[in-house]
Design a protein around this ligand. Structure first.
Ligand code: C5P
Length: 148
């Protein structure tokens, strides 16, 4: 009996692992300069317009997450970054997507809101008060820790 329960649990775990490895990754950048974190304000879709997020986007087929993040930072902000360690946990998004944040060092260019309403450099104290997208909000403690 106990063996049957264990078998069932192990089958469930295996299925969950398959689901997670099939999840599509959205990568985001925690870019810190002079003790401040870079955030950008979404212009679309209407449901999220005006809310703030870390720069980033979907990893395309055949891309590594680090490559995707460098591409997104170039497209959205016009900057070059060197991608570092993951910050905080993976956060589930809608459907089969997860949000994964990496520290990123600004190595070229000055960030501009090329596809967003605005960019802003936040102090550790300002981070919790921002109107973040829900998944980014989950990462607030990890982002504050990065700044202090
Ligand atoms: O930017 P893009 O539309 O490609 O992002 C894909 C999904 O990831 C969207 O649902 C967006 O709301 C979400 N996202 C997020 N936090 C980020 C970047 C994207 O929740 N920092």
């Amino acid at each position: 009996m106990a063996l049957r329960v264990l078998e069932k649990r192990s089958a469930l775990l295996a299925r969950r692992c398959e689901e997670l490895s099939a999840a599509r990754i959205v990568v985001g950048a925690a870019i810190v300069r002079n003790g401040r974190l870079l955030a950008q304000q979404r212009a679309y879709p209407e449901s999220h317009a005006g809310q703030w997020e870390l720069p980033g986007g979907r990893v395309e087929d055949g891309e590594k997450p680090e490559e995707a993040l460098a591409r997104e930072c170039a497209e959205e902000l016009g900057v070059s970054v060197v991608v570092g360690e993951q910050v905080g946990p993976d956060v589930p998004l809608k459907q089969d997507m997860i949000l994964r944040i990496h520290a990123a060092e600004l190595v070229g260019g000055e960030p501009e809101a090329l596809e967003h309403n605005a960019v802003r450099w936040l102090t550790a104290d300002e981070v919790p008060g921002v109107d973040w997208l829900p998944a980014d909000r989950v990462l607030v403690p990890a982002l504050q820790a990065l700044l202090t």
